[in-house]
Design a protein around this ligand. Structure first.
Ligand SMILES: NC(=O)c1ccc[n+]([C@@H]2O[C@H](COP(=O)([O-])OP(=O)(O)OC[C@H]3O[C@@H](n4cnc5c(N)ncnc54)[C@H](OP(=O)(O)O)[C@@H]3O)[C@@H](O)[C@H]2O)c1
Length: 292
C-alpha cells in the first residue's frame, strides 16, 4: 500500500493518475476527499491534516511506501508554515517508522537551506534533515518551480493579464528552471519502480533557465495579452500583503510569504541530468503552455 499526501495538488494529482492507472493500491491522506475528483473512487481515503498528527497513525496502517507531497507556502488557521512543513514531516517520518513502513519519498525545494531567506525554504531544509535521519529507505526530490496549466499560480497570472500591467514582487531577476508537473510525476514513478540505494536524491529542473520576469512572460503568452511588467519594491509588497491578509484572512490572493518566494533562486548546474537519469526528458515551459 502507498500512502500519498498532497494527492489533490499540482504534482499529487498527476502522480495519482499514474499510480491508479497502473493498478497500484493507494491511500490518500486528504482534508477534503471531494477535491480528489474522479480519483476518489479509485483509492482508499484517510481523512487527515498536517496540523493533526494523530491522523497519520490510522493513515499509515499496512503502508509500505509513503509519498509525502503535502506542504503549504502560507500559514493556515491551525498551524504555521514551520509546523505544516518541518514538524509535520518529522512526525510523519517517525510515525511511518513506528508503523513499519519501508520507504519514504519526500519533496523538498531546490536550494532550500537553514539560511534561506524564506520561512518555507528554511522549513523544507529542516524537513529534509528529518527524512535523511530516518531509518527508512528515502528518496528526496528537490524541484525548481513546478507548474501545470490551470494550477493556482498560472491561474492567478492569467487573471493578472486583464490588468493594464502585471505587478511583480521585487526585482523579478531570480533564476528558475521551471518543470512541468507531468514530467515531475514521471520522475517519481520511475524512481519508485527502480528501487536501488537506501538514500537517493534528485534535483528536478526543466531545460530552460529563466528569470522570474521571463517565467511570467512565458506564462502570459497563451493568453495573447501582452502587458508590461511593473516591479513593486519589496517593502511596499510586504506592507500591502500583510494589510490585505489582516483584512481578508485565508481568502487573500497572495501572502507576503508567497511573494517573497519570488526572490529565492531555484537552479541547479545539473540541469535536466537527474530527470534524464530517470528516463524523463523534461519539456520547455514554452512548449507545454504554447502561445506565440
Ligand atoms: N510547485 C512548486 O513550484 C514547488 C517547488 C518546490 C517544491 N515543491 C514541493 O513539491 C511538493 C508538491 O508541490 P505541489 O505544487 O504539487 O503542491 P500544491 O499544489 O500546493 O499542493 C499542496 C498539497 O498539500 C495539501 N495540503 C496543504 N495543507 C495541508 C494540510 N494542512 N493537511 C493536509 N494536506 C494539506 C493540499 O491539499 P488541499 O487540497 O487540502 O489543499 C495539496 O494536496 C510540495 O511538497 C511542494 O512544497 C513545489
Amino acid at each position: 500500500m502507498i500512502l500519498l499526501t498532497g494527492a489533490t495538488g499540482t504534482v499529487g494529482s498527476a502522480l495519482l493518475r499514474r499510480l491508479t492507472a497502473a493498478g497500484a493500491p493507494v491511500r490518500c491522506l486528504v482534508r477534503d476527499p471531494r477535491r480528489l475528483g474522479d480519483q476518489r473512487v479509485r483509492v482508499q481515503i484517510a481523512l487527515g491534516d498536517l496540523a493533526n498528527p494523530p491522523s497519520f497513525r490510522h493513515a499509515l496502517r499496512g503502508v509500505d511506501t509513503v509519498v509525502h507531497l503535502a506542504a503549504s507556502i502560507r500559514d493556515q488557521p491551525l498551524a504555521s508554515i514551520e509546523e505544516l512543513n518541518a514538524m509535520a514531516t518529522l512526525r510523519l517520518v517517525r510515525a511511518a517508522e513506528r508503523r513499519g513502513a519501508r520507504r519514504f519519498v519526500f519533496f523538498s525545494a531546490m536550494g532550500a537551506t537553514h539560511h534561506s531567506r524564506t520561512r518555507f525554504f528554511r522549513a523544507k531544509a529542516l524537513a529534509r534533515e528529518a527524512v535523511e535521519s530516518s531509518s527508512l529507505e528515502t528518496t528526496i526530490f528537490s524541484p525548481s518551480i513546478v507548474y501545470a496549466p490551470g494550477d493556482p499560480w498560472l491561474t492567478l497570472l492569467e487573471r493578472f493579464s486583464y490588468l493594464p500591467a502585471i505587478p511583480i514582487s521585487g526585482s523579478g531577476r531570480a533564476l528558475y528552471q521551471p518543470i512541468w508537473a507531468e514530467d515531475v510525476a514521471d520522475c517519481v514513478v520511475a524512481a519508485m519502480a527502480a528501487g536501488g540505494a537506501r538514500r537517493r536524491s534528485f534535483e528536478l529542473a526543466g531545460p530552460d533557465t529563466l528569470s522570474y520576469d521571463d517565467v511570467v512572460r512565458t506564462a502570459m503568452r497563451p493568453t495573447g495579452r501582452r502587458r508590461p511588467l511593473v516591479h513593486v519594491p519589496l517593502p511596499a509588497v510586504r506592507r500591502s500583503l500583510q494589510l490585505l491578509r489582516r483584512l481578508l484572512g485565508q481568502k487573500v490572493f497572495a501572502t507576503w510569504d508567497e511573494a517573497e518566494l519570488m526572490e529565492e533562486p531555484m537552479t541547479t548546474r545539473r540541469g535536466t541530468a537527474d530527470a534524464e537519469r530517470l528516463g524523463v526528458r523534461p519539456l520547455a515551459m514554452a512548449s507545454v503552455l504554447g502561445g506565440t
